[in-house]
Design a binder for this molecule. Structure first.
Ligand code: GTR
Length: 349
């Protein structure tokens, strides 16, 4: 199929294609997976990326998004992306932790100081460097989407470290998360997101931890009614492209695809902020108690072993320090004085 004159002109202007390449450019029909429904901010953003690709190539490159986990759990679809039977996944960064260890860094407890700090780091070369470490494992990182801060929800309020002692808590399928929950004195049970609702309902687990929209959209609030603002991690979402597929795509088309994902990030961030508010209203109307008087320091002080184990190598230490030294906003970056890094990493939403 031939690209339209406009699309060709855009590609040529972007320096992506030679005229000969543009005339012969192949049709590319990509497939992506997400566990959430069509209204969720990650899915809306993936669809936006697809629209941008299609617009910019006059429909030559398309992206079909399979929502609602119809292609499998995050661990399963990551496997499909590795073998090349699926092109793109949007997952939380945590299921990547055991695949490429540097991805544990942005999931580390109490690392980011604010949403602005998180965005500044992810948009910087640190964010890019972390994604790059996944390429040898078969995943080309397209960028990050928002996921807010994760907090603990249970049948009872959690106000300090003593409250999580012995608690059976669901964690994501990542060694980092086993360590985080163990450092809280809890008994971690790793399982895919799709099994958490039933596990809470049947009492297989006492608690789980996630951001507000996941607690709401997963209907977990119907099973356990106390959401305690531990805000212990801001593990972001990631978009991963199959390296196997990527290597079959021309450099020009790669640039168009990556740019489309990048350009979908603002929509995601806006939709995320709105969704957090909307989900909070649903929770309050659903009888949830939001526990705000949480002694976060008691949790933060317990995370030493997690940092020792997951940020122990020179490279990981360097990444953690670079993140702590990153100012909250880019406009603060040129200041001669480096951002005051907290003695211990602190998370505040
Ligand atoms: C959510 C994330 C999902 C999934 C889930 C989990 O915040 O959006 O992709 O990773 O957490 O805890 O499994």
């Amino acid at each position: 199929m031939r690209a339209s004159k406009l699309a060709v002109a855009t590609l040529l202007a972007m320096g992506c294609l030679t005229a000969a390449q543009a005339a012969d450019a192949p049709k590319i029909a990509l497939r992506a997976s997400d566990i959430w429904d069509d209204d969720y901010p990650t899915v809306r953003a993936l669809k936006n990326a697809g629209e941008l690709m299609a617009q910019r190539t006059n429909g030559r490159i398309t992206l079909k998004v399979f929502s609602n986990g119809s292609l499998g759990s995050e661990k399963e679809v990551l496997e499909q992306v590795k073998t090349g039977s699926l092109d793109v996944v949007r997952v939380n960064i945590s299921p990547m932790n055991n695949i490429c260890p540097e991805t544990a860094v942005p999931a580390l407890p109490f690392l980011f100081r604010s949403v602005e700090h998180l965005h500044t780091v992810l948009d910087s070369k640190i964010g890019e460097e972390i994604l790059k470490t996944c390429e040898p494992m078969g995943y080309v990182g397209m960028g990050y989407y928002d996921s807010g801060a994760r907090s603990i929800y249970a049948k009872k309020p959690v106000r300090n470290l003593a409250d999580t002692k012995g608690m059976k808590i669901r964690v994501q399928q990542s060694d980092l998360w086993l360590a985080v929950a163990s450092a809280m004195g809890a008994n971690p049970t790793p399982m895919p997101m799709g099994e958490v609702y039933t596990a809470l309902k049947t009492g297989l687990i006492d608690a789980a931890e996630n951001n507000i929209p996941s607690y709401e959209n997963g209907k977990h609030f119907e099973a356990v009614k106390f959401y305690s603002m531990t805000e212990h991690s801001m593990a972001p979402e990631v978009i991963m492209f199959s390296k196997k597929k990527w290597d079959t795509i021309s450099a020009g088309d790669q640039a168009i695809i990556k740019q489309a994902f990048r350009d979908s990030i603002p929509l995601n961030r806006k939709a995320w902020a709105e969704r957090e508010n909307k989900s909070m209203q649903v929770l309050l109307a659903g009888g949830v108690t939001i526990v705000k008087d949480v002694d976060k320091k008691s949790f933060q002080d317990a995370m030493g072993p997690v940092y020792a184990k997951f940020a122990g190598t020179d490279n990981m230490k360097k990444l953690v320090k670079a993140i702590q030294d990153t100012p909250d906003t880019m406009s603060a970056a040129p200041a001669a004085k480096p951002a005051a890094a907290p003695a211990k990493p602190a998370a505040k939403k």
